[in-house]
Write a protein that binds this ligand. Structure first.
Ligand SMILES: [Zn+2]
Length: 171
């Protein structure tokens, strides 16, 4: 590891340690054509890469991660109006900027955000709220994006040691 150096000039100086870590993963320059709206819960994230590759034939999906995932795009389940507006604007920005062709909306079992928003509700009741949110988000996102963008919604649940994806249909 290198010694710290100072970059910048005058009062705008920042001290950095160059090359603090070098990844062995080869960087792919092309933007992904898929955006994934998912919960920040890292336990469910590693499956996304395999999912978009097998389902849509693309890799390295752009991730829009926030507590609750697609909950952020539901006025009743978002943490706040600010979160709702922010995720909505970020999604439009990403799709436009990377010319995305697919948007995937996720929610998942055992989600801390939904448990916090729905105290006293059973896992089955929370699951139904999540499925309804995914269905309404499907319509919202489909309506706000260009018609050529494919929008799909999935609920991730656990089956023993694996994550299973249940697709939510618009009607
Ligand atoms: Zn979650």
């Amino acid at each position: 590891m290198s010694d710290p150096i100072v970059v910048g000039i005058g009062r705008e100086q920042v001290k950095i340690v160059p090359g603090s870590f070098r990844s062995s993963v080869v960087f792919k320059k092309d933007f992904s054509k898929t955006v994934v709206v998912d919960c920040s819960d890292g336990r469910f994230t590693p499956t996304n890469e395999e999912f978009v590759e097998r389902m849509f034939g693309t890799c390295n999906p752009d991730g829009l991660e926030t507590p609750g995932g697609s909950a952020a795009l539901s006025m009743t389940s978002a943490a706040s109006v600010a979160q709702y507006m922010s995720v909505k604007e970020s999604l439009i920005f990403l799709v436009k900027g990377h010319n995305s062709g697919v948007v995937v909306l996720f929610a998942h079992e055992d989600c801390g955000h939904y448990k916090h928003k729905n105290p006293g509700r059973s896992p089955e009741e929370i699951r139904l709220i999540q499925l309804r949110d995914l269905r309404s988000c499907l319509k919202l996102v489909s309506d706000m994006l260009p018609s050529h963008v494919i929008v799909r919604a999935f609920f991730k649940r656990l089956e023993k040691d694996h994550v299973v994806f249940d697709e939510v249909l618009p009607t």
